[in-house]
Design a protein. Structure first.
Length: 387
């Protein structure tokens, strides 16, 4: 029993030091944040409220407020170019009939709050003399909350954080399948080609060898998702990002479900990769065969719009119980709030049983195919091995 634990420790220690693992775990999320997050943050913080100074030219002669008033456009343009103001706008004589204004700035249009402040200024003047509450209601006529009804008529508040978590889970899950679980496939094929497998099987049983490799790689995947969660929490808790995501709360139960489905789904694919590695004669051939299963696992991403918009559809239900697609599908459906508890339990039971079945099948194929060099077993031979 202790032999597979020793193998698992070796696989974990070896793979966490691989350059591919380090790049995917640390480098890729930071690279994505640099390419997507930093420009958004810079754009959002390029002009702070303290840096904004707005002027206006009123050709109607009826507007007044806290902005700097100019008698003509030339004066406003000179102050704008000299940096005394950051924006100015012109109110034409026919404004009350057309609603058109012209806004001038030395920078491209990146600050949406500028138009909001100008809109507030115009509304204050247009509704001058009216009730203050009426003015505020005109400025903010709607504060909406979306709710969805299930078949029983029960309502649930739509959660943006759930949608974000489900999308992030799907992306990182597939990323792990493409990388960490493929380490097992590559390792088995390489050990076959280098005849290292013969030496290993002289000391341990085929079952201990496969079990150790699967759980070692499972620990690698678990370490990877833990690091991603810590990095995600650190980034989301940072000042600028927290300001942008103000009002969005992270669902802890959904994170727990996502972690559980990640581990179980990872083990399913790891067991499949081990069986593929046993029957493949070369690394390239193994990648081609594994690509079939990976594409099947990616199907929920392809139809994600259908799953999120119609979580109770027949396709969504089928994908929820099929082992290769259930991890991503169920997290997407859970994020919509339209999943019954028994569906989650049934999905987890099917996924767990599938792991045990696939492990047993992989062990038999592993045992029969490991020492076959240069010959790929036929489908009939694989069926014979499993039987």
């Amino acid at each position: 029993m202790t032999k597979w634990i020793t193998i698992a420790k070796h696989e974990f220690a070896y793979n966490v030091r691989r350059k591919e693992f380090l790049f995917v775990t640390f480098g890729l999320p930071l690279l994505m944040f640099a390419l997507i997050g930093i420009p958004v943050l810079l754009g959002a913080s390029s002009i702070t409220p303290e840096d904004i100074t707005i002027g206006y030219v009123d050709k109607t002669g009826t507007f007044e407020g806290n902005f700097i008033s100019y008698a003509g456009e030339e004066l406003a343009k000179n102050d704008l170019l000299e940096g005394k103001i950051t924006h100015f706008f012109v109110i034409p004589e026919d404004y009350k009939t057309t609603g058109s204004i012209e806004i001038f700035s030395t920078k491209s249009r990146t600050q949406g709050s500028i138009e909001g402040e100008i809109k507030g200024f115009l509304l204050d003047n247009l509704l001058k003399g009216d009730n203050k509450e009426l003015v505020e209601r005109v400025k903010n006529p709607i504060k909406s909350e979306y709710f969805t009804l299930n078949e029983k008529g029960e309502s649930g508040k739509d959660d943006l954080s759930g949608l974000l978590i489900s999308i992030a889970f799907a992306f990182f899950f597939m990323l792990s399948i493409f990388t960490s679980s493929n380490f097992l496939l590559q390792g088995v094929v390489e050990e076959k080609e280098n005849r290292v497998m013969e030496i290993l099987l002289s000391s341990v049983s085929h079952r201990d060898l496969l079990t150790g490799k699967i759980f070692g790689l499972g620990a690698v995947g678990l370490a990877q998702v833990f690091i991603w969660q810590v990095m995600g929490i650190a980034i989301l808790s940072s000042g600028p990002v927290a300001l942008l995501l103000k009002g969005i709360s992270i669902s802890i139960p959904l994170l727990i479900f996502a972690s559980g489905y990640f581990i179980l789904g990872y083990l399913v694919f790891a067991c499949i990769m081990a069986g593929v590695g046993a029957i493949a004669t070369t690394s390239r051939e193994g990648q081609q065969i594994a690509g079939i299963f990976t594409m099947i696992g990616a199907m929920p991403l392809i139809i994600s719009q259908l799953i999120l918009s119609k979580p109770d559809s027949i396709i969504s239900m089928m994908f929820s119980y099929f082992p290769l697609t259930s991890p991503i599908t169920m997290i997407m459906r859970i994020s919509t709030g339209n999943v019954q508890y028994y569906e989650v339990v049934l999905s987890l039971i099917i996924l767990t049983v599938s792991i045990l079945v696939i492990i047993e099948m992989s062990v038999k194929i592993f045992r029969a195919s490991l020492l076959m060099y240069g010959k790929k077993p036929t489908i009939s031979e694989l069926i014979k091995y499993v039987r």
